[in-house]
Design a protein around this ligand. Sequence first.
Ligand SMILES: Nc1ncnc2c1ncn2[C@@H]1O[C@H](COP(=O)(O)OP(=O)(O)O)[C@@H](O)[C@H]1O
Ligand SMILES: N[C@@H](CCC(=O)OP(=O)(O)O)C(=O)O
Length: 372
Amino acid sequence: MNSVIQQAKRVIIKVGSSLVTNDGKGLDVAAIQKWAEQIVHLRSLGKEVVLVSSGAIAEGMQRLGFDKRPTGIHELQACAAVGQMGLAQIYETSFRQHDVRTAQVLLTHADLADRERYLNARSTLFTLLRLGVVPIINENDTVVTDEIKFGDNDTLGALVANLIEGDALIILTDQRGLFTADPRKDPNAEFVHEAKAGDLTLEAMAGGAGSSLGRGGMLTKILAAKRAALSGAHTVIAWGREDRVLSRLAAGEAIGTQLTAQTAQLTARKQWMADHLQTAGKVVLDAGAVQKLTAEGKSLLPIGVIEVKGEFGRGDVITCVDAEGRAIARGMTNYTSSEARRIMRKPSAEILSILGFVEEPELIHRDNLVLL
Ligand SMILES: Nc1ncnc2c1ncn2[C@@H]1O[C@H](COP(=O)(O)OP(=O)(O)O)[C@@H](O)[C@H]1O
Ligand SMILES: N[C@@H](CCC(=O)OP(=O)(O)O)C(=O)O
């Protein structure tokens, strides 16, 4: 038994190029339909599912008649743009059969490095999940060149797990999981059932891509597991063609290689916020707001703010202080300093009439808040 996926509430599933495109022979409609059916099943168990799908370049190559992967970056981008149409179409059709909507989300590294875009991507994904939609994510290959690419979708899967606090990342690939060496090259390679995410000995076992379609190979999957673990998400690497692989994982079956995160989810995210983000300004809270944050674990609403100090943008990390200037908490703000000045001391229901738009009812949501 293996309960990591069984217990996970929010799951990110990544499918690699060779799987999605049937080793480059064109989109594997039957396989995609099977994953869609299983994802619908996972949702019926109460799980939220986000899919990260590769395959745009491989499918575009096929559609445009390239028999070898082009070397020119713009040709690759053109392939991705063509192939992405096929991916979107097949996912939409497959989920439609189950009356489930899909959404196309194309991201770049710069989107997640920029705090405002990070928050926007996060809010949009949460909204899609709340609306019962399955987001289908890929890298926005049209606008990126090598230096700012995620490089591979394993990394993108991990970043999405960090972004939306996924409980688990499932990486489906063309091998049963991790072996002690590349099984395509070493017949004595042994299967690894379970290990700690971030264990350095795993990196030595993992080699590059086995086919010309996939980019990352096993190493990027191991590194993705390490990265996902930073926000407390566990990773399972499994064979995408294994019969009912997702449903069986959700039922607790021990399939694939499980790489377990060592840090609890909440602690990991708060640690990440505490370590990585410089604070840009301050808000002074009234006694009621201090009480809500510290004793009740609530979000910070604009009504509890009596003063805004410094200049900051949406997504910046700011410090919350009490009337005596003592630092209480830090968090990512949903509003800029000038907007915050206009809505402070006001009930959230008035945000729309004051600003003309509403980002969120909270100035800082409790998920984006660390108590000091
Ligand atoms: N230690 C290892 N265990 C399993 N597979 C490995 C290992 N080292 C390298 N590989 C290779 O990694 C490949 C999977 O990576 P990749 O081709 O990038 O797939 P995907 O398209 O699913 O991301 C496998 O086919 C295998 O040849
Ligand atoms: N965005 C690219 C991703 C390529 C990629 O990383 O592929 P893989 O190693 O198979 O996950 C595409 O859709 O072709």
